[in-house]
Design a protein around this ligand. Structure first.
Ligand SMILES: [Zn+2]
Length: 333
């Protein structure tokens, strides 16, 4: 038996112990499943052949958070529900737009049709991405428990809704949102799988394309260590839109309001690799080879390799590690 001591509450029994290394080992001290119903064995029989009943049990009792429901977030959702994950927290402040169909799993042409009259354009197509995703997830598995948050993850209440998650997927386009999820990961010791993809194209010709998957967790390099996060961009994102446009005209910030090129096969490949690293975290199927912190996808060369990044001294990932509520998260209150 383990006990937790909190200065404000005294001591009380711990319900679980989690050990995070190349995989996550969760020891449930109460000996009960975190989900009220057992999973359906006949649905998952092919996966049970791969991971065994114990592996499927662990997958079916993992709580997952997904931040961002775009090109990488929606294929991650699709795969996780079909894998058998049943407890989700999904966060996205956005609404559906017709171009989502080209890369957003779970969206359909019928989503373009508006029930609102044409003379009332402001309300046209106002379907939240979280609602489209949750609806799709429940069609795949009606037993899925889904907490939908239509808000930005930089809002304190949205970010803290992820505190009970076992793994978080960071799939937002924004660096500000990624930076707060990055800090949460180390401060509260929750592994985060971060995805990024960039296509450089001019006049319809692709000159470069690169994807990456970072598996951030205690004592592994964070998104600041890897150089993924850009403080200038976070500053631009945190400015109000009118001020950002003024700074853009003056040349002080980059243009973050332009749509970036996106192709579903590439975003799906990145999200597929990310989901496979999730399978490693939960089942440890790769065993000794499974200690991965970064995957690089060189799209123009059709090559995926493991990156070698080290923890930078004095980085925030070391300064906040394990502090939990004792440090303030850089969120909007
Ligand atoms: Zn770091």
């Amino acid at each position: 038996m383990a006990r937790v001591w909190k200065a404000s509450e005294g001591s009380h029994p711990a319900s679980a112990i989690t050990i995070i290394g190349r995989c996550i080992r969760k020891i449930n001290l109460n000996g009960i499943s975190t989900h009220p119903t057992p999973y359906k064995k006949d649905v998952y029989d092919r996966q049970i052949l791969a991971f065994g009943t114990h592996g499927q049990e662990m997958l079916s009792n993992t709580k997952v958070g997904i931040v961002g429901l775009g090109g990488t977030g929606t294929p991650v959702v699709e795969q996780l529900v079909r894998i058998g994950v049943r407890d989700f927290g999904i966060i996205d402040p956005g609404y559906f737009s017709p171009s989502n169909i080209t890369r957003g799993y779970g969206s359909f042409y019928s989503d373009i049709k508006s029930k609102w009259p044409k003379w009332f354009p402001l309300l046209k197509n106002k379907r939240a991405k979280v609602d489209i995703a949750a609806n799709h997830m429940r069609k795949i598995n009606p037993e899925a428990t889904i907490l939908s948050i239509r808000d930005s993850v930089v809002k304190d209440s949205a970010l803290k809704a992820l505190l009970d998650r076992d793994v978080i997927f960071s799939c937002t386009d924004e660096h500000w949102g990624r930076s707060v999820v990055n800090q949460l990961s180390y401060q509260y010791l929750i592994p985060v799988i971060n995805m990024g993809i960039r296509i450089d194209s001019k006049s319809g010709t692709i000159h470069g394309a690169f994807g990456s998957i970072d598996i951030i967790r205690p004592d592994q390099p964070c998104l600041w260590c890897s150089g993924f996060l850009n403080s200038d961009r976070i500053m631009a994102e945190s400015l109000p839109a009118n001020e950002r446009k003024a700074r853009l005209r003056e040349g002080y910030v980059e243009d973050i309001d332009m749509n970036a090129p996106s192709v579903i096969s590439l975003t799906t490949t990145v999200s597929g690799h990310a989901t496979t690293t999730f399978l490693q975290l939960i089942t440890d199927f790769m065993q000794e080879a499974g200690n991965i912190s970064r995957l690089n996808y060189y799209i123009m060369e059709s090559v995926v390799d493991r990156g070698r990044i080290k923890v930078e001294p004095d980085c925030i990932c070391s300064q906040v590690k394990g502090f939990g509520d004792m440090k303030i998260l850089p969120t909007l209150k």
